[in-house]
Design a binder for this molecule. Structure first.
Ligand code: SUG
Length: 448
């Protein structure tokens, strides 16, 4: 059998100019804990760019997803605020601060939630399928998908290779959070593999097991719809329920307790309701080479996993063999987690290296390395069809760093949140960005 040359490309969400801490995500412990603290959008964007640059330098395929226009004036107008743009901003900020900060959030940076992506090797029509996530559980995230859809279509443009599905209906029964609850396993990129879909609860059956305190953002019915839309064969699909108790402990997406790549699943022993059954089914469907690495509570507690974001790491196949685990700096400062990681690389599993990176600004909103990237497995031909201006290299890194330094503030606290000037600053930045990334006029303000 000839193996097709294929890659896992990571498309990171570039942090937007309005990055702030508004405590918008009930169930996400970091978001609540850091509510009201002063954010540094410039630093946040530079930290993200450094991660992209580091992986590009190591030879990984790395792409950039642009931020969205914020504050979202059209949404604020649809919620009854009128007058000039500045009047809309002032009134919303004063009379409905939570609505307003929902329309200001830079949350599209967490591109693991942008869409669910199935590689062409798995789909019935042999094309790469994208379903944009409705992110229906949180207002500030539910407004992302229309722009995300336009953006993805501008990057993965060629209909010969790419199929784009709109978001599922935005209702609680079909809550969908994208790739944060989806993992793709394979022996080699480019070959048919197994897709794991993890949901928090059933959207319809309220008597079925579900978390007691925090919301289950992904429903079983949403995952099933994506399996159908992408034309996946059930022989290559595993559908699993996340453990409701860990959702109640702050694991609001599966990627806070599990990460998979190639033939490896690195997860906590309490990740799934039927942990044993899930491991078994992936093993049967993928084949004998499957390597589950299940961390016990004795090794790392769920609390430490949530605090350090150990599992919100990127697991990357190294060209020379072995895998790299890119973890947030918080894993180094948590001694129990760091000790575990020192041990992990000696166990003889495929995970052979650990790299810690500082993503503090995003982490304070509950977004680690894995949240910041959307994985897209691409064959060589598909990669060649991707908008090349969005792929990271030295020149693009230089241009984007200068762009951030030119346009971004280094401080958004309570006082700055309601500053009407943010809108024009954001528009000026995005207008220039669409040229750097050769995206065309993807933003409504550019079309008006
Ligand atoms: O949806 N935080 C994001 C973090 C998303 C992390 N993504 C993954 N795990 N894949 C969320 O909860 C906080 C924004 C605020 O509070 O201002 C926020 O939206």
């Amino acid at each position: 059998m000839t193996t097709m040359i294929a890659y896992e490309a990571n498309f990171d969400g570039l942090v937007g100019p309005t990055h702030n801490y508004s405590g918008l995500s009930f169930g996400n412990i970091a978001s609540r804990k850091n509510q009201g603290s002063v954010a540094n959008p410039r630093l946040a964007a530079l930290q993200g760019l450094k991660k992209m640059k580091k992986l590009a330098d190591m030879g990984f395929k790395q792409g950039v997803l642009p931020p969205q226009e914020r504050p979202n004036i059209a949404e604020l107008r649809s919620l009854g605020f009128g007058g000039s743009d500045a009047e809309v901003i002032r009134a919303a900020c004063k009379h409905a601060p939570l609505l307003y900060s929902s329309m200001l959030s830079a949350s599209s940076m967490w591109s693991a939630n942008a869409a669910t992506v199935s590689p062409s090797a798995n789909t019935a029509d042999g094309k790469v399928h994208f379903t944009v996530a409705n992110l229906n559980n949180k207002l500030h995230r539910s407004i992302e998908h229309t722009q995300t859809s336009r953006t993805l279509r501008a990057i993965f443009r060629d209909e010969k290779f790419f199929v784009h599905h709109d978001a599922l209906p935005g209702c609680p029964q079909l809550g969908d959070e994208g790739a944060a609850n989806h993992t793709r396993f394979c022996q080699h990129y480019g070959e048919r593999g197994v897709e794991l879909f993890v949901y928090g609860a059933s959207g319809f059956n309220m008597a079925a097991r579900r978390p007691k305190n925090f919301p289950a953002r992904q429903t079983m019915e949403a995952s099933q719809a994506i399996i159908r839309l992408h034309g996946l064969d059930e022989k290559n699909v595993v559908l699993a329920q996340q453990n409701p108790d860990v959702i109640d402990a702050g694991v609001f997406h599966n990627d806070v307790i599990a990460v998979g790549n190639g033939n490896v699943l690195f997860c906590h022993e309490l990740a799934f309701v039927d942990q044993h059954g899930v491991m078994n089914e992936i093993g049967v469907k993928l084949g004998k080479s499957f390597v589950p690495i299940q961390v016990t509570s004795d090794e790392v507690s769920v609390e430490d996993a949530v605090e350090s974001y150990l599992f919100n790491s990127q697991l990357l196949t190294l060209a020379g063999g072995g895998m790299l685990l890119l973890v947030p700096e918080e894993c180094r400062t948590n001694t129990r987690v760091w000790n575990y990681l020192q041990k992990l690389v000696t166990l003889g599993t495929p995970i052979s290296e650990v790299l810690a990176m500082d993503l503090r600004e995003s982490m304070k909103n509950g977004g680690g390395p894995a949240c910041l990237r959307l994985r897209v497995e691409l064959t060589e031909k598909e990669l060649a069809a991707v908008n090349p201006a969005t792929l990271m290299n030295d020149a693009l890194y230089g241009r984007l760093t200068a762009w951030v330094e030119k346009h971004y503030r280094d401080r958004i606290g309570e006082v700055e949140l309601g500053d009407p000037a943010l809108l024009n600053e954001c528009r000026a930045a995005l207008d220039e960005l669409t040229k750097i990334l050769a995206l065309g006029s993807i933003y409504p303000f550019q079309r008006a």
